[in-house]
Write a protein that binds this ligand. Structure first.
Ligand code: AR6
Length: 169
């Protein structure tokens, strides 16, 4: 059984086996969670991302997919990079958002990660409405077949925390 937990805080401060990055398909950094992870994790993460772009992911990491690198100086062993969908009012991209969670957990299983911290993927720069994103995230994790023992959602502000808490209870 996977335990789902919630904290209000900064994902770069989580002592877990793997932290999930809300990346973009370039894998070369950005703002939000991505910027914070590269800033605090140091240059080894970007170097590993460049290697991925030079090898398996020459065209970038597709939306909904996930891949791991070192966590550099973060208090975690790995960063699992995933690319959330940009929210759209005209097209239902929920399956891609759910895929970020499910495929990140599959990567965690390959690594042997027992604890994994997720941010609220796509709810920042990519503008996904928080309540809906929380529903999709919790349903995806609950439905995933994984050996991960703890999935920790790390929420940056009160509104995000409340949206996830409402879904868990
Ligand atoms: N810890 C936890 N949550 C955070 C942190 C943090 N340090 N910083 C922001 N959040 P975002 P996206 C919250 O924009 O929407 C980047 O430029 C934030 O309040 O990081 O998937 C990438 O390179 C929000 O609720 O990710 C991509 O181009 C949530 O984390 C693009 O942004 C996600 O916000 C991805 O956009």
């Amino acid at each position: 059984m996977t335990r789902l937990t919630l904290v209000r805080g900064d994902i770069t401060e989580q002592s877990v086996d793997a932290v999930v990055n809300a990346a973009n398909s370039s894998l070369l950094g950005g703002g939000g969670v991505d910027g914070a992870i590269h800033r605090r994790g140091g240059p080894d993460i970007l170097a590993a991302c460049r290697d991925l772009r030079a090898s398996h992911y020459g065209g970038g990491l597709p939306t909904g997919a996930a891949v791991a690198t070192t966590a550099g100086r973060l208090p975690a062993r790995w960063v699992i990079h995933t690319v959330g969908p940009v929210w759209s009012a005209h097209e239902d991209r929920s399956a891609l958002l759910a895929s970020c969670y499910v495929r990140s957990l599959a990567v965690a299983d390959e690594l042997g990660a027992a604890t994994v911290a997720f941010p609220a993927i796509s709810t920042g720069v990519y503008r996904w409405p928080m309540e809906d994103a929380a529903r999709i995230a919790v349903e995806a994790v609950r439905g995933a077949e994984t050996a991960v023992g703890e999935v920790r959602f790390v929420l940056f502000d009160d509104a995000a925390y409340r949206a996830f808490a409402a879904r868990l209870n």
